[in-house]
Design a protein around this ligand. Structure first.
Ligand code: MTE
Ligand code: MOS
Length: 765
């Protein structure tokens, strides 16, 4: 089945926040944001802006009726700046006017005087200044100190990866309509409706039951709307309650890019030790996470970096420490992979460092150290139903790695101006929220008198296809046709206390809750069928919208069964709740079983580098991926392709640049380069590993939203390996994205002291 919204998307009929028909009297909001990255507010003058045509009100922190605070994990984030500012783009005031252009015009007339302080924009500088969101966290396995003595080779180095703009096509936005009893209904483009409801409740001083949040779908989220849809929704609600009018607040692209946080840049130091046979004996790493000005989701992102710091490898001695560094940048936030990609990039850089120094291709070390059944992760959980080697071997065979190797070698020997390189990128990604409590979901299903069914869950559709998968769950459990099934919007009055749709767990959690609801309805209906047909219930099943008895179709059709159930006063509605079993994690000891299961896979990537221009193409990405038993290969393939291209973008061309004043220089699509169709590899093959699915995955079909992004890391190393074919010995930093500028510098630039350290072997034997 295709995505259920394919047709309405194509016709432009799908509804997003900006498409909601406006209620008479709607006001439009514009946010005035801080022009400085750090300092105290000496004066804020809104007088002349208030006189501008159409302006109805301008709200500042002192107008916040409840608590001026929207922080989720830590309460460290004011809704509107109060006394001081901590990043450029921080919301200071909300302007409400009769039209959007009037609100934006008035914005230019607000005057702010700030006693500026020197901003910190760099994570290491923040650590040095003692600016941390919370104390560092450490994951430890074995004893690295003892282990170094057993190593034949030890290498140290540094690896940096940059930020990434989410670039959801639909920008952040919300529409708030004041309601009865002092409440408000909010249409929000959010991955976390409950989070919006909770933050609105606190800021407005209203009980949660007076706030209804409704989400039809998002034009993309990618993590950027897990927490950062909240301020705009709360501001719209505040405007609505303070004026008594509906308020619409939708950010323009450049406002969105300037005001919202992105993927966290990381700057890390590693040390890797290998035995003579190239097995990795010890790995030590210090991650410096550039968290931005407030916590947002950084503590959770940081934790996932630690969970994935050994990627798909079994390493007996690990010491990984992560520093959440507070800087004067917009709060960096969730982004597909949630810190995992940043961790894996450092692991791959460490392996590459060792390989280059030892004169082997990195894949030799990678293959030697792949996870095996029962291998222990640095957080105690053991790999089970582990397909790391299986995926690797399949990829080697299916894509003829040996032939590719010689082909590339032969090409490079003959080609003076273009060099090719290849890389392997195995991945292992844990599925579940690492905060155990978030691994719950609920579903509400109604069968109507005509036999059609509508259901609600906490899942938010953002293009990833979760609604389509949910429809499939109903189809399968109740044998209903697609046309009889309606997915309702995600709404806090129908699915309460929901987790955000994130961590790739949306389909698993909400799907399992919905499956439970449908099974309960089926059980009740088959009980009715049993009395109507006078057959034991355990002989009855539903198939093709008909009751079957021992494999034979009866005369009892779905509609008649539903009608008969209603006559007997049987409940045709069901609410069900699901909580993933088996999960536990102790964040004091950093031990437990945080994940329901892991997703595995291997990508082989080939790239060509133009030695004259420094440009490159990622020619081929060929993947063997563990989908479990895919319930929807069309969607799963789409998620994999999209994730890979987004990962390639992060690793090769998307460059978020702030200057030393904390100003975003790459603030528009003219200065920030995202992959387009020409950046997509000409060959993008995805093979589905043939395996038995995991029972904790919905219909045994594994979560697919985030893991494929990390194949994009392979593009970085394929390009690097191509550069290596031209300059085998030249010191070269591990610094992503590998832009054409960096490629030229790697080929012809001066050698920095710091870079050369990455290659110096500190052998002790
Ligand atoms: N795919 C599309 N088209 N748009 C998105 O915004 N978000 C990704 C991924 N795939 C996203 C996407 C992220 S960050 C996550 S966590 C998952 O989808 C969330 O959905 P799921 O839990 O249903 O997989
Ligand atoms: Mo996805 S980064 O977990 O929203």
């Amino acid at each position: 089945m295709k995505h259920i919204d394919s047709k309405t998307h194509t016709r432009g009929q799908s509804t997003y926040v900006d498409d909601i028909p406006l209620v008479e009297g709607t006001l439009f909001g514009a946010v005035f944001d801080s022009p400085s990255a750090a300092g105290s507010i000496i004066d804020l003058n809104i007088e002349s802006a208030l006189q501008m045509p159409g302006v109805v009100a301008i709200l500042t922190w002192s107008d916040v009726p409840g608590v001026n605070e929207i922080g989720n994990i830590f309460p460290d984030e004011p809704l509107l700046a109060e006394g001081s500012v901590h990043y450029m783009g921080q919301p200071v005031a909300l302007i409400l006017a009769e039209t959007e252009s009037q609100a934006r015009a008035a914005r230019a007339h607000i005057k702010i005087e700030i006693a500026e302080e020197k901003p910190i924009v760099d994570a290491r500088a923040a650590r040095a200044a003692g600016q941390l969101i919370h104390p560092p966290r450490t994951f430890q396995l074995g004893d690295t100190e003892k282990a170094w003595a057993q190593c034949a080779h030890i290498f140290e180095g540094r690896a940096e990866s940059g930020g990434q703009e989410h670039l959801y096509i639909e920008t952040q936005g919300a529409y708030a309509i004041p309601g009865e009893y002092g409440g408000v209904k909010l249409f929000s483009s959010t991955q976390g409706p409950t989070q919006v409801q909770k933050a609105t409740s606190r800021a407005l001083g209203l009980p949660m039951h007076l706030i209804e949040v409704d989400v039809a779908r998002l034009g993309g989220g990618f993590g950027g709307k897990e927490d950062q849809a909240t301020p705009w929704a709360v501001l719209a609600a505040m405007g609505a309650l303070s004026t008594g009018k509906p308020v619409k607040l939708v950010l323009h692209r450049m406002d969105d890019m300037r005001m919202t946080g992105k993927r966290h840049p990381y700057d890390s130091d590693f040390k890797i030790g290998l035995a003579k046979d190239l097995s990795i004996v010890a790995f030590q790493v210090q991650f410096h996470q550039n968290a931005g000005a407030v916590a947002d989701l950084s503590p959770a992102v940081l934790e996932r970096t630690l969970f994935h710091c050994t990627n798909s490898y079994s390493i007996p001695n690990v010491l990984a420490t992560a520093w959440p560094c507070r800087t004067n940048l917009p709060p960096n936030t969730a982004f597909r992979g949630f810190g995992g990609p940043q961790g894996m990039f450092v692991m791959e850089s460490a392996i590459s460092t060792a390989a280059e120094a030892l004169g082997v291709h990195p894949s030799v070390i990678q293959k030697k150290n792949l996870l095996q059944e029962g291998s222990q992760f640095p957080y105690g959980q053991k790999a089970s139903q582990c397909h790391a080697e299986h995926c690797w071997q399949e990829a080697e065979e299916a894509y003829q790695l040996e032939a590719l190797r010689s082909e590339i070698q032969a090409f490079n020997e003959k080609s003076p101006l273009v060099k090719k390189g290849y890389s392997l990128m195995p991945i292992c990604f844990g599925i579940s929220f690492t905060k155990t409590a978030l691994n719950q979901a609920s579903a509400l299903a109604h069968i109507y008198l005509d036999g059609s069914l509508g259901f609600s869950t906490g899942a938010v559709e953002m293009g990833q296809g979760v609604n389509t998968k949910l429809v499939q769950v109903v189809e399968k459990t109740l044998s209903l046709r697609r046309a009889k099934i309606k997915v309702e919007t995600t709404n806090t009055t129908r699915a309460a206390n929901t987790s955000p749709t994130a961590a790739s767990a949306g389909a698993d959690l909400n799907g399992k809750a919905l499956e439970k609801a449908c099974l309960a309805l089926r059980e009740r209906l088959l009980r009715v069928a049993s009395s109507l047909l006078k057959k034991p219930q355990d002989q009855l099943t539903l198939k093709n919208e008909t009751v079957y008895c021992q494999g034979q179709a009866s005369q009892l059709h779905w509609e008649d069964l539903v009608a008969a159930a209603w006559e007997r006063r049987i409940n045709l509605s069901q609410q069900s709740h699901y909580a993933t079993p088996t999960l536990h994690f102790n964040s004091e000891t950093n031990r437990g079983e945080p994940f329901a299961y892991h997703v595995y896979g291997t990508a082989i990537t080939t790239a060509s580098v133009d030695l004259v221009r420094g440009t490159y193409t990622v020619d081929k990405v060929q993947v063997v991926h563990d989908f479990g038993e895919s319930m929807n290969p069309v969607i799963d393939r789409g998620q994999t392709e999209g994730g890979i291209v987004q990962g390639i973008g992060w690793m090769t061309m998307e460059e978020v640049i702030y200057n030393e004043k904390g100003r975003l220089l790459t603030n528009a699509l003219s200065t920030y380069k995202v992959p387009d169709i020409y950046a997509v590899p000409k060959t993008l093959d995805i093979k589905f590993l043939k395996v038995e699915g995991h029972s904790l995955a919905i219909m045994k079909s594994k979560a697919v939203g985030e893991p494929p992004l990390m194949y994009g890391i392979g593009a970085y190393f394929a390009i690097r390996n191509a550069i290596r074919a031209a300059v085998p010995q030249k010191p070269m930093a591990y610094s992503a994205p590998m832009t054409p500028e960096k490629t030229l510098l790697a080929l012809y630039g001066p050698i920095h002291q710091e870079q050369s350290q990455g290659l110096s072997e500190k052998a002790i034997n």
